[in-house]
Design a protein. Structure first.
Length: 318
């Protein structure tokens, strides 16, 4: 029995029957569907990748935990979790009617800030402490640098049977890694012991982690936020850097200045402003990390010339 059929069988036993099922994204082992009941009620059905050696995180559990936390924060611009099986790796959620934004508008920056602020209110601090770390959370400057170095090492050990893979490895060796080592050495020598890094763990926040305007829907009520498979506890510096540097929807300099100022004003009373100094430290590292993420298919020996060119263009644009 396929995982989809298993999920549909479980849901049928729980009283859910669907007249139509439309796949929106993904493949066999990971997909999102629009499910519609006989009386035309829409739902979102998600199949998550199951934990593996290369990716041991239980994404279904992570999203369930974060959605439960968001419910406790009385957040209303995210999906509601209706049914789930964390072992089988599926969830049924409420359907949100909206459209995918094509770019970040000025008003979006305020809505994004409001969402971050709402899910990090002081009364929820103890509940927030029960969340697991976000995927690849910024636990320290050293750990961030190590995680990027490990990604470079994995790419170096990947197969190089195609011309584009050999070109990609050469580019990493000649361009990415030298800049990464230069930035890392400077930061470790001059910044790692600074006070703004010593108070990192006192300033951790609840973070959606996998951020970008692509993980929102524009509705009549404003932005709604989706996809919390990687969510958890993180530092605001990394969350801000990911929002600003996300390759497909990168913020321009004016938007970056507005966004960081909104975050400073919104979060100052709760975690101070040292996160912004950490943000300035890690921004060039996160830029390099995004370049490497864009080359993920290199590990499967399936990198296309277009993907490599996009990573190179993104790198040069900064």
């Amino acid at each position: 029995m396929s995982r989809l059929n298993q999920a549909l069988g479980d849901l049928n036993r729980n009283g859910y029957t669907f007249s139509s099922l439309n796949q929106l994204s993904g493949g066999i082992n990971s997909a999102t569907f629009q499910a519609k009941s006989a009386d035309a009620v829409k739902f979102a059905l998600k199949l998550y990748p199951l934990p593996s050696k290369n990716d041991p995180r239980n994404r279904c559990q992570a999203e369930n935990n974060f959605l439960s936390y968001l419910k406790s924060c009385q957040v209303h611009n995210t999906p509601s979790l209706l049914e789930s099986n964390m072992t089988a790796g599926w969830s049924l959620m409420s359907w949100i009617e909206g459209r995918k934004p094509k770019k970040v508008q000025a008003s979006d920056l305020q809505e994004i800030t409001d969402f971050i602020s709402l899910i990090n209110k002081d009364p929820k601090k103890m509940t927030r402490c029960g969340l697991e770390p976000a995927s690849e959370a910024c636990e320290s400057l050293t750990e961030l640098i190590t995680s990027i170095a490990q990604r470079i090492k994995r790419y170096r050990s990947s197969r190089r049977s195609s011309e584009v893979s050999r070109e990609a490895i050469l580019w990493i060796n000649k361009t990415i890694e030298p800049q990464f080592r230069s930035i890392s050495q400077r930061l470790l020598e001059t910044r790692a012991q600074c006070s703004h890094w010593r108070d990192l763990h006192a300033c951790r926040i609840a973070s959606p982690s996998d951020v970008g305007i692509h993980n929102t829907l524009r509705t009549q009520q404003g932005l709604h936020f989706l996809d919390f498979e990687y969510a958890g506890i993180d530092d605001l510096s990394k969350l801000a850097a990911d929002w600003i540097l996300q390759p497909e929807y990168r913020l321009d300099q004016t938007q970056e200045e507005i966004f960081t100022e909104l975050l400073r004003n919104s979060m100052k009373q709760r975690i101070g402003t040292s996160w912004h100094t950490r943000f300035n430290d890690i921004k060039p590292l996160i830029h390099i990390k995004w370049c490497l993420i864009m080359l993920n298919q290199l590990q499967k020996n399936n990198l296309s010339q277009r993907q490599l060119e996009k990573a190179m263009d993104y790198f040069e644009a900064t």
